[in-house]
Design a protein around this ligand. Structure first.
Ligand SMILES: [Zn+2]
Length: 604
């Protein structure tokens, strides 16, 4: 009943606020203001109901909760589509305030794939998008000729070391999952581009790039600039890892020069390489001197105590304790008697103070890090809870993930001493950290070119620079150019390898993940500098530093109300994203890699 009521109310209010261009300009300005006020009211009401339905669904999966969550999801899509179209009607209207213009833009950018107004288009787009997603979800590859599902094959790519089996899994996954999506994806691009035109953008890629307080072209250049800052580090890592794979597998599998075979890197997309750390770690540097999991167990930590420790990091910076409801309503551990989604996430149900995390915490080092990360989302949400609805967001879409990751970077030995987990006498010298840094770089640095090229490919597809018959060729070319990798076997032109990565059929923009990787180190360096940290950056600590907490909170509290450079400046003092902090963080590793790579022919 509530759902029907909400929809009817929504329709009524939207027809009320469609502006007539014959009205006097001041009337249009007023009506834009009213349109925004009404939109924020409706969005807020919807988000609370939808949030509750979704929460119940994720923590108690049944036919019924699936159906309810889907219903609210559809309702939300309908709402955003209508609001985007309503907002587009104010394009070109002069005299709007900064906030009204900004919020209208947010409404227009609120849908990742806009459907055109013409009859049937929204339905067709929806059918295709859903089909692509479920095709991905049901996708299977093979191992030893037997079918293997998505999550199992992903795991197996990280553990199997037989190059023939890796090749079989890689090829079968890309053939089975990607290739059948090609025609659907082609059609989806055409429809969504028409939809983007309807809301005032040249094409979908330009629309995606317009959400960064600069022109779409400037943003593309900005991504390239950041990449060039960090590329030397990637090049050294690539060179070193290739040499180790060559040693391990021999020249037939991995030649000493040229690109790396994509299936050897421990990950289906070669996007993070941490799974093959043991293949490349030289003896003697891998020992960090302590084991976080063992420390947690020895000190009698349980899941709640782990979350309390995470909260303790934030309160040490002077941020407020989490509300009592957080402890009552969160899902900390896996329930014994029902299906739930264990994938960690952070929630803010009422957009004010009803914060929660949903996890299936195990007492281990990984989950200890994840908790610090998830609480970063909660503290961000809470810091901006005084903002109007359309500003309840990160400064741009890279900020939210970067906050949690930046706090997670702070789980250094020094911090573990401060919270009583590690004995001060057990703190290893910073020279012991090469193993740790290499392990981190295998994930964080290795990811960068992949994080960049995902949307580079899509931008070209949406703009038409890459035509459907070039989908595969251009994908493989970008993978070679940026990542320096090649498929384990020749790819036919009928293949569609991009479809075998979730975010392509799932239509999730990807630049944000690249930006988050860059920003987290920038935040970390800013915090360490402000705390007067003098040691090596990767050991930096600002636990307990209220001045850092103050500045951080200024940035968080802005939400998305100001252009992101303002937010960045509030915390770091600078107005540009900057990859040099990441370079500084990994400096000891860079030096070591350069030594290791002496005499090798790097590059591809
Ligand atoms: Zn996150």
């Amino acid at each position: 009943m509530k759902i029907l009521f909400l929809r009817a109310a929504l329709l009524a209010m939207l027809t009320l606020f469609v502006p007539a261009f014959t009205q006097a300009a001041s009337k249009v300005v007023t009506s834009a203001k009213e349109f925004i006020a009404q939109a924020e009211k409706e969005l807020a009401a919807h988000s609370v109901l939808a949030g509750r339905a979704e929460w119940i669904n994720r923590t108690y999966i049944t036919e019924d909760t699936d159906a309810l969550a889907a219903e609210f999801g559809a309702c939300g899509t309908e709402l955003s589509v209508r609001l985007a179209k309503g907002a587009a009607k104010f394009d070109g209207v002069k005299g709007l305030s900064f906030d009204v213009r900004r919020k209208l833009d947010f409404l227009k950018q609120g849908i990742v794939l806009p459907a055109p107004q013409k009859p049937g288009a929204a339905e067709e787009l929806n059918v295709i998008a859903t089909r692509l997603q479920s095709q991905y979800g049901k996708g299977k590859g093979t191992l030893d000729g037997k079918p293997i599902n998505g999550s199992d094959i992903e795991e197996a790519m990280g553990t199997v070391r037989d190059p023939d089996k890796l090749k079989e899994m890689w090829t079968s996954w890309h053939d089975n999952v990607g290739a059948p999506m090609r025609d659907d994806y082609t059609r989806l691009v055409a429809i969504a581009n028409e939809g983007a035109k309807d809301v005032g953008y040249a094409e979908v890629g330009a629309m995606w790039r317009s959400g960064y307080d600069m022109s779409a072209d400037e943003f593309a250049r900005e991504m390239d600039r950041l990449w060039l800052q960090v590329k030397p580090l990637y090049d050294q890592l690539h060179c070193y890892v290739r040499a180790k794979l060559h040693e391990h597998y021999g020249a037939k599998v991995q030649p000493a020069t040229g690109p790396i075979r994509a299936d050897l890197l421990g990950n289906m997309w070669a996007q993070e390489w941490g799974n093959i750390y043991e293949l490349v770690a030289p003896k003697g540097i891998g020992d960090v001197g302590y084991d976080l999991t063992a420390l947690l167990v020895a000190k009698g930590y349980d899941p709640i105590k782990m979350v309390k420790a995470g909260e303790g990091f934030y309160t040490s910076l002077g941020l407020p304790a989490l509300p009592a409801t957080f402890w009552e309503r969160s899902q900390f551990t896996k329930p014994r008697d029902r299906e739930v989604v264990c994938h960690a996430s952070a929630w803010d149900i009422d957009n004010k103070d009803d914060l929660r995390i949903k996890m299936c915490i195990k007492v281990n080092g990984d989950d200890f890090v994840v908790i610090h990360h998830e609480l970063g989302h909660n503290y961000y949400q809470r810091a901006y809870n005084q903002q109007p609805f359309l500003y309840l967001n990160g400064a741009h879409d890279g900020f939210h993930e970067a906050i949690g990751d930046f706090i997670a970077l702070s789980i250094t030995p020094e911090y573990l001493v401060q919270i009583g987990l590690l004995d001060a006498s057990k703190v290893p010298g910073a020279d012991k950290d090469l193993g740790l840094l290499l392990r981190q770089a295998m994930d964080k640095v290795a990811f960068l070119p992949f994080g960049l090229l995902m949307d580079k490919w899509r931008w070209n597809v949406f703009s038409g620079a890459t035509k459907p018959d070039g989908y595969q060729k251009d994908w493989t070319a970008l993978r070679l150019r940026y990542q320096g990798i090649v498929p384990p076997a020749e790819r036919p032109s009928t293949a569609f390898d991009p479809g075998a990565k979730y975010h392509i059929p799932g239509n999730t923009p990807y630049a944000r993940y690249f930006l988050a990787r860059i920003l987290q180190f920038q935040f970390f360096k800013a915090a360490a500098d402000q705390a007067g940290w003098k040691g090596p950056l990767h050991r930096g600590s600002f636990y307990g530093n209220k001045a850092v907490g103050d500045r951080l909170n200024k940035m968080l509290a802005m939400g998305s109300s100001k252009p992101w450079p303002d937010a960045l400046e509030a915390f770091t003092g600078g107005r540009k994203m900057d990859g040099s902090a990441m370079i500084a963080y990994f400096q000891p590793l860079m030096k070591w890699l350069e030594e290791q790579n002496q005499g090798r022919q790097c590059g591809w």
